[in-house]
Design a protein around this ligand. Sequence first.
Ligand SMILES: NC(=O)c1ccc[n+]([C@@H]2O[C@H](COP(=O)([O-])OP(=O)(O)OC[C@H]3O[C@@H](n4cnc5c(N)ncnc54)[C@H](OP(=O)(O)O)[C@@H]3O)[C@@H](O)[C@H]2O)c1
Length: 291
Amino acid sequence: MKIAVLGPNGQLGRDLMACAGWPADTTVTPIGRDRLDVSRLDAIDGALGAADFDVLINCTGDHKTDDVESHADRAFVINAHAVGALAQHCDRRGARLVHISTDYVFAGDTNAPYIEVDAPGPVNVYGATKLMGESLARAACRDTLVLRTASLFGVAGSSGKGGNFVETMLRVGREKGALRVVADQVMSPTYAGDLASWIVRAIGRRIAPGVYHAVNTGHASWYEFASRIIERAGVEATVEPIPASAYPLPARRPAYSALCNDRLATLIGPMPSWRDALDRYLVAKGHTAGL
Ligand SMILES: NC(=O)c1ccc[n+]([C@@H]2O[C@H](COP(=O)([O-])OP(=O)(O)OC[C@H]3O[C@@H](n4cnc5c(N)ncnc54)[C@H](OP(=O)(O)O)[C@@H]3O)[C@@H](O)[C@H]2O)c1
């Protein structure tokens, strides 16, 4: 199998490139921004045409949620129109497209984990751009896997966001000894290393095209997640729950965007809990004082 990865230097892309689970006869080729800036829509066919692959994994994204509110045009190009162009190319050459989407396609006005067929309803521009990307990908390429993930923490840290939530909590906790964290937004924290291994398994098992929720099992508020991080890393800091209204940001967030991963787990096997994943992340980063 020949795999090509867009966004190979990002948080997920790095874990994907480093993943040990690829079948022996697989080649994995990075296609970085230097070879293809996906916002140059007219360059997509040429750059992909020069690459040899039968599965294209798109890990690119413009996902600084607050910044995107005031840069919608740029985000629609990268998160939607470029994805449509990638999908058209894949369909023409008979390749599979694996595209990474987000829990932010949902409105969050529920209290049970979302399943794949639940109606989307983004509450911010980023979610709207990613939802459009999903639609364009599925419309243009018959063999598209859309994997919705959430609240990623990976060893490399997000290049777009300049780190990840776990590292921010540890840094601020150590520096200030006190954290105030939003308690009325619930999501599914997900380890990028696990997501990378699920992508490898999903491709290897040739699961049917469609939409899948690719998150660690379980859910937490940002406050619960932060409390667990501080406890397990053995950092001396207090964590105080606050409402989102006390921490205003340019983009609205869904109050509840936990995802149910049953559909994917049935096909690729057990997907560990976020608590288990967090411990493995902390070990990988050497934050082991509380473990
Ligand atoms: N992070 C999260 O919490 C989260 C949650 C849900 C879904 N997602 C989705 O998961 C995917 C991966 O996220 P991540 O955390 O790995 O993000 P990341 O670390 O910011 O990586 C994004 C990658 O996209 C590349 N990229 C951005 N604009 C590009 C362009 N115009 N042309 C070519 N490459 C471009 C970046 O290239 P450079 O390395 O050159 O900058 C980077 O490698 C994204 O689609 C995101 O929307 C992320």
